[in-house]
Design a binder for this molecule. Structure first.
Ligand SMILES: [Zn+2]
Length: 293
């Protein structure tokens, strides 16, 4: 006979493992810790109703917010990377691409769209962070260049909403070349007098900051967005100095004259509409968007 034996059977695990609470209904604000109903957050353009924290938005949500009645035409949706360097890090780049295409339903990290913003035709490029960190490879470069050329041909204002970790390392120097290519297209747009507005959202870093994101006739940023070139630790190690509080956030950059204005997302469409009409020498729109309080 054993010295010890269990007098009672252990409690059986529940057979029904499905939770009665649907997932993703509620979300906790990382800034004020308030629990927000996901639907309310969507209605409020993904801005926390309590503390105005700006949550990250997908390219689709961004376009839906900017275009009149959420209607637009997408261009070049099928361009995709050919993995020119047959690059492999912890896993092959080809597999990473396939996984991102599956999870986002996009072929690469930017969506090009034309439509109307406050009844004015515009070309918008919205970056998709969920696709390999919104990184800029050959496809992103080509699509933004084509978008700028389209804006030039139609003489429509051009808006780029950046949300990117920078150049895509899996495409090496080919990614870096996109910086020059896009800048050249923006130069042509500038010489033709067609307005270009850059909207910087959280995060905008690396080669994107170092090229087209800073070249707008107007550079607007969302509140508290991380904007920078290299990460703070790399800079601290290089200059051997402690960096100030809030370094690389929109507010700090505005103070230093790096960006022109910080615009709350709920006022972004109205601001873009008003500013572009002024730049294009058009009268204010009859039913212009109004900024939410
Ligand atoms: Zn909050």
């Amino acid at each position: 006979m054993a010295w010890f034996k269990k007098a009672r059977r252990p409690i059986a695990p529940p057979t029904d493992k499905t939770s009665r609470v649907p997932e993703g209904l509620w979300i906790k604000c990382p800034s004020c810790a308030k629990v927000i109903y996901n639907k309310d957050l969507g209605i409020n353009l993904h801005v926390c109703p309590n503390c105005a924290h700006h949550f990250r938005m997908s390219a689709h949500e961004r376009l839906e917010m900017l275009f009149d009645e959420g209607r637009w035409t997408e261009h070049d949706p099928d361009l995709r990377s050919t993995d020119p360097l047959t690059f492999t890090d912890t896993k092959p780049y080809r597999d990473r691409l396939a996984a991102s295409i599956r999870s986002t339903g996009r072929k690469d990290a930017v969506v090009i769209a034309t439509g109307e913003l406050d009844a004015m035709p515009v070309v918008v490029a919205a970056m998709e962070y969920a696709f390999i960190g919104g990184s800029m490879g050959v496809v992103v470069g080509e699509k933004i260049t084509r978008a700028a050329e389209r804006a030039l041909a139609d003489r429509s204002p051009f808006i780029v909403v950046s949300c990117s970790g920078g150049a895509r390392m899996m495409e090496g120097a080919l990614s870096l070349m996109q910086m020059a290519k896009i800048c050249a297209a923006l130069g042509r747009l500038d010489r033709a007098g067609v307005p270009y507005i850059s909207v910087l959202t959280d995060p905008t870093t690396g080669g994107v900051t170092a090229s087209f994101a800073m070249l707008g006739d107007l550079n607007l940023a969302e509140p508290k967005a991380l904007i920078g070139f290299a990460g703070p630790r790399v800079i601290e190690q290089t200059i051997r100095q402690k960096l100030p509080e809030g370094f690389q956030r929109s507010e700090f950059l505005l103070e230093k004259g790096f960006i022109d204005a910080i615009v709350d997302r709920r006022a972004l469409k109205a601001t873009l509409g008003k500013t572009l009409r002024m730049m294009m020498g058009l009268p204010p729109a009859e039913n212009a968007s109004v900024a939410a309080p």
